[in-house]
Ligand binder design. Structure first.
Ligand code: DC
Length: 240
């Protein structure tokens, strides 16, 4: 009997388009969507409110007690902390600037990895009494193909040239991609990737991970390229 593809893991550097592409792929395939970066961002908001960001032990303790609820609907993926919608605050410049500090805390990584695996297992469980959906999930984030879900059915590294990534993030954040706007975006893209690369590997595809380079593709073409990788994996599992 053929098995359907249920876990799709997508990682890649800042500005590669992994969030919007992952959401669109999940929506097209009727799967849940998990933004692991949003979990690190929520952990940053929570730590800024309840811990000392310069004290790794206090940050780790805060994150272990974090009352986080992740919404998994790709059309409206919410993030709640203690019943409060934090979808907007987690995207603030202050959080974007500080998130690598929290994400490089190994105790925080261990706790979020545990939560992420729990969510993926729930969404792929076939035990109906435990989980009503069990349809599968698209999970995206820096270490998802290598550490969190190395056994995912499909693993994609979504990448793009530095120039393309800076241009996209600049348009997203400043609404323009002139020289000044691109320069102002460099910290968010290049410095953050450099800091994140100290604890996660997302620049080069690991064994078995398919690279999709979106430098010369528009959004729809990138979504189609990822869907093609999924279809190929689906065909391979059906033959097996
Ligand atoms: O994808 P993003 O920009 O929303 O991610 C926010 C930060 O979280 C990013 O700087 C790196 C970190 N992150 C991580 O370390 N591991 C993940 N799986 C996802 C994000």
């Amino acid at each position: 009997m053929s098995r359907t593809v249920t876990v799709i893991a997508i990682d890649g550097p800042s500005g590669s388009g992994k969030s919007s592409v992952s959401k669109a792929v999940a929506a097209r395939l009727g799967l849940a969507y998990l933004d692991t970066g949003a979990m690190y961002r929520a952990a940053t908001v929570w730590s800024m409110e309840t811990a000392d960001l310069d004290d790794p032990a206090s940050v780790a303790t805060a994150v272990r007690a974090m009352p986080l609820v992740m919404g998994l609907d790709p059309e409206a993926p919410g993030v709640e902390l203690d019943g409060r919608d934090v979808a907007v605050p987690i995207r603030s410049t202050e959080v974007t600037t500080n998130v690598s500090k929290v994400a490089s805390n190994l105790e925080v990584r261990a706790e979020l990895k545990r939560l992420q695996r729990e969510i993926i297992d729930q969404e792929t469980s076939t035990v109906r009494a435990v989980q009503a959906r069990g349809r599968g999930i698209v999970a995206e984030g820096r270490d998802i193909t290598t550490v969190v879900a190395p056994d995912a059915d499909v693993r994609v590294l979504l990448t793009a040239s530095e120039e393309a990534r800076l241009r996209r993030r600049s348009l997203e954040v400043h609404g323009a991609a002139d020289a000044g706007a691109v320069e102002a975006t460099k910290d968010q893209v290049l410095r953050r990737d450099r800091d994140d690369a100290k604890v996660t590997q997302f620049q080069v595809a690991a064994d078995g991970v398919v690279t999709v380079d979106s430098s010369d593709l528009d959004f729809e073409q990138t979504v189609d390229a990822v869907l093609a990788v999924v279809a190929q994996a689906q065909a391979a599992t059906s033959r097996a």
